[in-house]
Design a protein around this ligand. Structure first.
Ligand code: TMP
Length: 210
């Protein structure tokens, strides 16, 4: 099983993923937590390039291809072997991030993005995708607070530095995808307290692991 988490900057994915790991431990399921970009050793290097604010001149197509390269490595090195080993794979961001950030927000050709996603994903596709949804202003406020208090890496702020309009496109992109695929997506109100967000996620997980 593959479960993915998506959301704008500051949506609380990291906290919820920790809760999810605890949930699977407590319910006796073998689960592995991973992320994109950076779920592999090679991916970590790609991540450092992608998120470094000094790389503000990165060409959008180069950006898209780097995310695709990271995903190709991750799918083959981690996701497929872990699924074969019978583990539940929980991934912090996956292909929907590319559709939303490089497609809806950067405006790259959606057909190209779909072809690249299909190429690198092969038969791998998420069983459920949680979108942690909240207003952009609140998300960015949380993200910058974490950067200031050191719990978020300052060397990875290329996207936080994007204009508010960019983040609005990202948020709306996720909501559009969720409407298109209501069976796969579960949109959770991430403006609520972490415990309430966890409760909404657990409700869906209970139904899923039954
Ligand atoms: P995060 O690990 O803190 O969520 O940061 C990853 C950043 O990379 C985030 O701003 C979203 C962005 N991103 C894309 O633009 N496209 C992608 O395909 C992925 C996986 C992430």
């Amino acid at each position: 099983m593959l479960i993915t988490l998506e959301g704008i900057e500051g949506s609380g994915k990291t906290t919820q993923i920790e809760y999810m790991a605890a949930y699977f431990r407590e319910t006796g399921h073998d689960c592995v937590i991973t992320k994109e970009p950076g779920g592999t050793g090679i991916g970590e290097k790609i991540r450092a390039i992608l998120l470094n604010p000094e790389n503000h001149k990165m060409d959008p197509l180069a950006e898209l291809l780097l995310y695709a390269a990271d995903r190709a490595q991750h799918v083959h090195e981690i996701i497929i072997p872990m699924q074969r080993a019978g583990k539940i794979v929980v991934c912090d961001r996956f292909h929907d991030s590319t559709t939303v950030y490089q497609g809806f927000a950067r405006g790259l050709d959606m057909g190209l993005i779909q072809r690249l996603n299909a190429l690198v994903m092969g038969d791998v596709s998420p069983d459920v995708t949680f979108v942690l949804d909240l207003p952009v202003e609140l998300g960015l406020k949380r993200a910058w607070k974490q950067i200031q208090n050191g719990s978020r890496n300052e060397a990875e702020t290329r996207f936080e530095n994007e204009k508010r309009q960019f983040h609005e496109k990202v948020r709306n992109g996720y909501l559009t995808l969720a409407l298109r695929e209501p069976d796969r997506f579960c949109v959770v109100d991430a403006a609520k307290a972490p415990d309430q967000v966890r409760a909404a996620i657990v409700e869906r997980l209970n139904a899923l692991v039954k």
